[in-house]
Design a protein around this ligand. Structure first.
Ligand code: GLY
Length: 418
């Protein structure tokens, strides 16, 4: 395995699929077009749904992209695990009724083992239990031993309405030293040892609004390969955060805060900030502005969470906009739309950080007071949490996270009522 930068891996992926007659498309914006089932684009295939269903004619029946993605389902895990992110880049190759399982499997293997030169002994795959065709390709065509092919019921991929189907995931074994050590530890274990690096989805159904699965007239391929994960393997880093796609941002946070990356609490705060500033930069550059609903609320929530973690690191002045330059140094060439909106991105961040900073200290005082006087159930009432939101600009989820750190809960239903 040879060292490659994150930018080199992205380029190698796109060029590899170009050599297999795929058209390279620029990433689609983060705001979904004509898809009310999604708030934000969270996978490479999401903006391509009309091509899969046949609603639109694609510019080519083979396409490859590096798609900007935002996922917020696991936002509280960001900074706590090696690989949760709000923003990430998803590499993908797509077939709209063109090639199917055979090519998808053989090209994924060729890219991983011949272009990236990953050690074949470290690769494992999973398939949907009924998918005999995928099993045969992995076993007979690629030559993967039976014990390296795992069958799981949850090998089925979908995102909102639209195209979906059984999938086959490729895992890389990071070694026993990264594992939980349990005798049962194997592919599918929750620990860090077996890292999913690529998902090949055999898109053959259309999920309707009312949850039905209709067979599609033509079978498709949708794949998703997280660039930051792949970089962590190639660059042999402990987590995605130490790769050259993210670590320069952490170095800047260290320089601003004088913090210590070896201190676990500070390390987590730095990872949260580095992750969130990437999301903030890309969301604003795609036209999302902080607000109290929808996408704007997601942005506000991420931004205010980053500000709070900055204050936990002891940073007193406005600092977030100062990190945008580093994000652009790393990703600005690949996504020129971020550079185009640099001034606006910094201005929005500064305004929002200033506003929240003005009330953060007072809000924290009030929250500490609430926690000191809470009942035996340790649940903060909806009215209290709403006051923090309404008067001090604390997104409910932020209050929940801060309270949770000290063993308190919030009454979410009560908050909604309030
Ligand atoms: N669309 C495949 C994935 O995101 O894993």
């Amino acid at each position: 395995m040879k060292y490659m930068t994150g930018n080199e891996i992205r380029k190698a992926y796109l060029q590899f699929f170009k050599s297999k007659e795929h058209l390279i498309l620029h990433s689609f914006p983060l705001i979904p077009e004509n898809d009310p089932s999604l708030l934000l684009i969270g996978a490479g295939m999401a903006p391509l749904k009309p091509y899969f269903t046949g609603k639109l004619v694609p510019p080519s029946y083979r396409v490859t992209t590096s798609q900007k993605c935002i996922r917020t389902d696991d936002i509280d895990n960001v900074g706590r695990t090696a690989r949760h992110h709000t923003f990430f880049e998803m590499l993908g190759n797509f077939s709209f009724g063109n090639y199917f399982k055979k090519e998808a499997i053989s090209w994924a293997w060729e890219f991983l083992t011949q272009v990236l030169e990953l050690d074949t002994d470290k690769l494992y795959v999973t398939i949907y239990p009924d998918d005999k065709e995928a099993y045969d390709y992995w076993h007979n065509m690629i030559g993967l031993a039976d014990e390296r092919i795992f069958k799981f019921d949850d090998n089925f991929w979908e995102i909102g309405e639209g195209p979906c189907g059984p999938d086959s995931e490729i895992f890389y074994d990071l070694g026993p030293e990264r594992g939980c050590g349990k005798p049962t530890c194997t592919v599918g274990c929750d620990c860090d040892r077996y890292l999913e690096i690529w998902n090949l989805v055999f898109t053959q159904y259309n999920r309707t609004k009312d949850g039905k699965y209709e067979p599609l007239a033509k079978k498709n391929i949708d794949t998703g390969c997280g660039l930051e994960r792949l970089a962590s393997v190639i660059q042999q880093k402990e987590s995605n955060f130490e790769t050259d796609l993210i670590f320069p941002i952490i170095e800047k946070v260290i320089a601003i805060s004088g913090g210590d990356y070896n201190d676990p609490r500070q390390k987590m705060a730095m990872k949260v900030i580095a992750d969130h500033i990437r999301a903030i930069t890309f969301m604003i550059s795609d036209g999302i502005l902080p607000s109290n609903e929808g996408r704007g609320y997601v942005l506000r929530r991420i931004l205010r969470r980053a500000v709070r973690f900055g204050r936990l690191l002891g940073i007193k002045d406005l600092f977030l906009a100062g990190l945008v330059d580093t994000v652009l140094d790393i990703l600005g060439d690949e996504y020129p739309e971020t550079r185009e909106h640099e001034a606006l991105i910094k201005q929005i961040i500064n305004t929002e950080e200033k506003q929240f900073s003005a009330t953060l200290a007072q809000g924290m005082e009030l929250l500490n007071d609430m926690m000191a006087h809470v009942g035996d159930d340790k649940v903060l009432t909806g009215a209290e949490v709403f006051k923090l939101y309404d008067t001090y600009g604390f997104p409910m989820e932020l209050t929940e996270e801060i309270a949770g750190e000290q063993g308190f809960k919030v009454d979410k239903d009560g908050f909604q009522e309030a």
